[in-house]
Structure formats: C-alpha cells, structure tokens
Design a binder for this molecule. Structure first.
Ligand SMILES: CC(C)(COP(=O)(O)OP(=O)(O)OC[C@H]1O[C@@H](n2cnc3c(N)ncnc32)[C@H](O)[C@@H]1OP(=O)(O)O)[C@@H](O)C(=O)NCCC(=O)NCCS
Length: 337
C-alpha cells in the first residue's frame, strides 16, 4: 500500500530476514533516543517477539514502511491474541528518529488501526515509555493512558552478598517448612502443572481495566519455554516448595541474554495466596541472586518492571536495592469511534 511517498508492505518474519533486520535497526535507533539507560533487545530476542511473541497464542502481522528510495522509515508489529482479549489488538509501532515529525507515524497508525478493525478488534493498545515522543503522539492520536508501570534497576556490586546475607537472616525464621528448588530451562516435565498454577497467580497483579489475565496450562508453559530457548537466552527458575505437601508456593524467574551478559531481566515473581506472609517473595529473589552469582558472574545490573500500585512487590524490590529508572504505560485507542 502507498501512503504519500511511503510504501507500507507486509513481510513474513520467519522468511524475510532483511525486512526483520531493518525493523530491528529502527528499534535500536528508537531505543537510543528513548531508553538508553536500559539495554535494547538483541536481534534474536527481537526476532522471536516478532515471530510469535514467545510462543503465545497470537496472530502476528509485520509491516515495514519504506520511503521513495526504498529506505526503511518505520514499521509496526500487530499482535492479535486468540485466547484472551480477543477484542483487543496490540501494536509496536515506530518511526526511525531521522524521519519523524513528517506524518509517517500518523500514516502507520491509520494503517495499523485498519488492519486491527479487519481482524474484528475494537481496541488498539501499545506500550509507551512516559515523557517520550510516543506519549505525546499517543495523546494527539486520541488514545487514553492506563496504569503506570515502573522500571527499576539494581546494581550487582561488591556490597550485594553482605546485604543479601542480612536480608536472608531476617526473613528465614518466617519461612520454616519451605525448601528452595532451582533449575535452568527446560523445566522438568513433572513441574509444568505446578508452574502453570504459579503463573496463574499473576492474575492478582494490578492491570488495566477490561484486560483479561493470561490463562496458563502446562502446554502454554512448554510453548513459551521452547520459544525462549530458541533465542539462546538463559532462563532460570527458583521455586519455594512447601516440604509437607510438595506444593510450589512461590516462584521467581530471570532471563539473561548472552548477547548482553552484564544485564539480568527479572521475569515473573509470584507467591500463592495461601502461602503469603512467610517472606517467600523476598527469599526466592535472594536465592535467585545467589544463583546468578554462581552461573552468570558477568551480570552487573538487573532490570524489573512492576505496576506502580503493586506495593508488596515494590517493597521487596526496594529492600534489594532496586531504584526507579523509567516509567511507562499502555495507551489504548478506541477503534469503534
Ligand atoms: C511516536 C512516533 C511513532 C511518532 O512518529 P512520527 O512519524 O514523528 O509521527 P507524526 O509525524 O505522524 O506525528 C503526529 C503528531 O504527533 C505529535 N508528536 C509526535 N512526536 C512528537 C514530539 N516528539 N513532541 C511533540 N509532539 C509530537 C505531534 O502533534 C505530531 O504532529 P506535528 O508534527 O504536525 O506537530 C515516533 O516518535 C516513534 O517511533 N517513537 C518511538 C516508538 C514509540 O513510542 N511508539 C509508540 C507509538 S503508539
């Protein structure tokens, strides 16, 4: 499709590495402008996200916009979930910094909204960093912002082992009757059902109005793990197991991309409601930091994201030494008006 002097063309991210690399380059340039304090996604992580969202049940459309000399101007990924939130479309949309403020973002968004409507979606959502061009653009386009998500980072430095030892000594007496288990992907098959149960606990975390939580089962865990392993990322799990029942009470997971070995990326942390009050959220995180020191000694920083109103998780993160580095939120466009 031609929009002004711009050609917007769909490509298959599994088959067209040139187009996908062009989109990755745009994302790196955009990242430098908006979020230089955090590491960008390496190509293999970006590739997996654009191909299928790490094994999630969603249809993906990838579109690249080129100028009249064929140079990449912008792109978008449209994600159409097929299990939950079937009236919602999600997008990642960006314009390369050198080509901004010329109407390309507006044209790409109109194109993306048409594709979302064609897939019977009534809401188009995008995750946008606060205080960036994306926020100003989203407001002008008539979108409404959701709840604040806060990114925090913590340094992994020489003082950490002593701080962790003191925190553990304080917390451990509250957690008798639990053992810690840990492993790297793939998860043992006899743990999958319990892992799915722990992922379901994430439904308790604050989220935007009208958004359904993900429903997890063992197959979905397996699909996600296979997609993560295909990126070459290292992915570690720590679980607190109740000794008397064998039940998994709490979990935390951490990813390390070998292309960015000095950064850890915190994934989910959850404690089953009936096991709360035993400091298990803190203790699984401390066990994870010990595991990282042994298996990923190059890690110097860890990044985590929480809803701004998730007070219990934030209190744990602040104790560990995380400090705010950026805020963000999802923006939603009503496609029916
Ligand atoms: C957001 C983004 C896609 C906008 O691309 P763009 O090609 O510059 O967008 P447009 O030229 O169509 O801008 C349309 C209007 O949005 C507003 N806008 C866009 N960028 C702005 C900025 N930096 N400051 C203030 N207003 C801005 C303006 O009102 C602009 O109209 P104007 O230039 O006539 O004043 C681009 O900045 C980007 O890729 N950002 C990083 C990725 C991102 O945040 N994506 C979220 C998209 S929902």
């Amino acid at each position: 499709m031609l929009t002004g002097a711009m050609l917007i063309a769909r490509f298959d991210p599994r088959a067209d590495a040139d187009c996908l690399r062009a989109c990755h380059q745009i994302s790196l340039a955009a990242h430098d402008v908006d979020s230089a304090q955090h590491p960008p996604w390496s190509y293999r992580i970006f590739e997996r996200a654009w191909v299928d969202g790490f094994g999630q049940d969603e249809v993906h459309e990838c579109w690249l916009a080129s100028g009249d000399t064929g140079d990449p101007v912008g792109c978008y990924l449209l994600m159409l979930p097929e299990r939950e939130n079937k009236t919602v479309a999600y997008c990642e949309l960006m314009v390369t910094p050198a080509r901004r403020r010329a109407g390309s973002g507006t044209a790409l968004l109109a194109h993306c909204a048409d594709r979302a409507r064609a897939a019977a979606r009534t809401r188009l959502r995008a995750f946008v960093l606060d205080d960036t061009a994306g926020t100003r653009f989203a407001k002008v386009m008539g979108a409404s912002g959701g709840i604040e998500q806060v990114l925090r980072t913590m340094p992994v430095d020489a003082s950490l082992p002593d701080r962790l030892a003191a925190l553990r000594a304080d917390a451990q007496p509250h957690a008798s009757g639990y053992d810690m288990l840990s492993w790297a992907l793939p998860s043992p098959s006899d743990h999958l059902a319990q892992l799915a149960g722990l992922h379901e606990v994430m439904a308790d975390a604050p989220r935007d109005a009208g958004i359904e939580p993900t429903a997890w089962d063992a197959d979905r865990i397996t699909n996600m793990e296979q997609a993560i392993m295909a990126t070459g990322a290292k992915y570690y799990t720590v679980v607190a197991q109740q000794v008397a029942t064998g039940e998994f009470a709490a979990i935390t997971q951490m990813a390390v991309d070998p292309q960015v070995p000095d950064w850890g990326a915190q994934q989910i942390t959850a404690v089953r409601p009936e096991h709360r009050g035993h400091r298990l959220g803190l203790l699984v995180k401390i066990a994870m930091l010990d595991l990282l020191a042994d298996h990923e000694p190059a890690v110097r920083h860890i990044v985590t994201g929480n809803a701004g109103e998730n007070q219990h998780m934030i209190a744990i993160n602040e104790l560990l030494g995380y400090r705010i580095t950026q805020t963000s939120r999802s923006w939603e466009l009503d496609l029916t008006s």
